[in-house]
Design a protein around this ligand. Sequence first.
Ligand code: ADP
Length: 244
Amino acid sequence: MTDVVRLEAVSKVYGKGQGAVAALREVSVAIPSGSFTAVMGPSGSGKSTFLHCAAGLDVPSSGSVRLGGTELSGLSENRLTELRRQRIGFVFQSFNLVGSLTVLENITLPLRLAGAKADRGWLEEVVRRVGLEGRTGHRPAQLSGGQQQRVAIARALVTRPEVVFGDEPTGALDTMTARDVLRLLREVVEGMGQTVVMVTHDPVAASYADTVLFLADGRIVDSMTAPTSDKVAERMTRLGAWTR
Ligand code: ADP
């Protein structure tokens, strides 16, 4: 298997001097193509920082981030923006859809921003996969939360990105709807060979992944393959995630 994303000794320090906070400490990890990875850890362990550095949304203080064959460090902000638009998909907790656009316009927005034309066949497949046939002319406000997140997932897939990053993608959904969205992400990995990396604090969400990475105090302290929600919850408890 080839690696889609590779971090080597990535550190991120916020601030300077006495107030400096090391959010990531020499994190090294390789994400294989076609895998589903969940990133878990207590609040403040560096999950968001990890996601932002891996996705080229933030620049590490040191270390190397590679997407496919591209080293991200040293790229200009313009090149990074272009890379994110063309080669990375994003799914956020809050959907981030444009309310004035239809479902179809929201899905194709990344293509329009990149000045690319939609491949009709691919677009139809993406819409079908996420189960939005018959809804493409609706506005986001006419959809349920789960349907809105399906639009966001379709939008993330439309450019055929090398990796889709999710930031608590089920955080705003009720339990049943969250499971539908997680099943969809699983299908996207298995049926389309998409690589997905998702930050979550929910052991059930993490159990849909192939591998769970556990962060604590800016380091990857453990990983788990074939996770179950019970095993993940137990590991999180040992990390002190749910005690104060
Ligand atoms: P998590 O997503 O696991 O809650 P974060 O990556 O948000 O963790 O944060 C990791 C650490 O870095 C925390 O101590 C947090 O306070 C700090 N941090 C995050 N972003 C900033 C920032 N922009 N400025 C200063 N400190 C930050």
